[in-house]
Design a protein around this ligand. Sequence first.
Ligand code: APR
Length: 337
Amino acid sequence: MLKKIGVIGAGYIGGVLVQEISNRRLAREVGVCDPAPIPDPNQPPEQQAVAAKQSVAKGKALDILEGTPIVRRDVKIVASKDYSALEGAELVINTAGVPRKARPDGTYPSREELLAINLKVTLQVAEGIRNNCDDPIIISIANPLDAIVYTLYKKLNPPKNKLMGMAGQLDSSRYCYFVAEAANVSVENVSAMVLGGHGDDMVPIRSSCQIAGIPVTKFLSEEKLKAIEERTRKAGGEVVGLLGFGSAFVSPAWATLEMVEAIIYDKRKIIPVCAYLDGEYGVKGLFVGVPCILGKNGVEQVIELDLTQEEKEAFAKSVASVRKTCDEAEAMLKELT
Ligand code: APR
């Protein structure tokens, strides 16, 4: 159990995180911050005054606290509209960002516009962490994942083991679920990893996919596996399309908690993590999804897999996309700061 875990953003994922951290007794105290709702200067002053008093973070915190006598959990939850609720957190999870949703006129912001908005949010997040936490372990979930983690690294310059992104664990879980469903076996039997960036060219590693230790190719045809791998790459969008609001939020929170538990219990568990590469896989200075040993120091070690030729090529393509987005982010940051 940690003394304190901080959660930035009290939206869909942040809400599940605070609830689960409390219920799983992962920290004595949880700090959650979110500026929403932000008063709209175009609204009449009375409405702005109402929004100024409201707080999604405080509301969610109070809701969970009022349920703790039922689930018998003694946890302290502090919430704020600024970043002060993070004070003293040893581990911080970042979910802050603006999702891609339709404007009132029905048009969507472009990828670049969204990146620019979320980079601004990330600059505030970095400042909030710097002012309130002393050398915390940081797990970032906000999208575009690779560029946000990279930006936090540039702004906070933390030890490379203490900053990571969550994506691979979620993408791998989706891959495992689809395989279990197609083979009609328990999800507990399936293990597999998805590596690379968290975009459409992420790389499901078929050579790592096993059912009860037996290669998946014994159970599923080439055609079925290809379809599953394609569905895995598009799985986030599939949920978005069905929900009609926002994106997946339970499975991303659970995937993050798998990482949190590996760290706080010093499990030394191998999990695919968006980690800083310092020459591993022939990549330097970028955060990319690779298998890592997670323990009390965060990323204890990056594991280099023997990939097949096809997997190597797919991984290189995915790294190239990550580099492109980070270059775009770097250029935008120069204008923002
Ligand atoms: N500081 C802190 N929180 C912020 C900031 C900021 N500067 N700006 C926005 N937020 C908050 C929003 O007010 C919102 O409550 O971040 C929260 C994000 O929550 P949701 O919109 O519900 O998004 P969620 O589904 O939780 O996803 C969070 O994870 O998987 C990614 O793409 C997803 O980037 C998104 C993030």
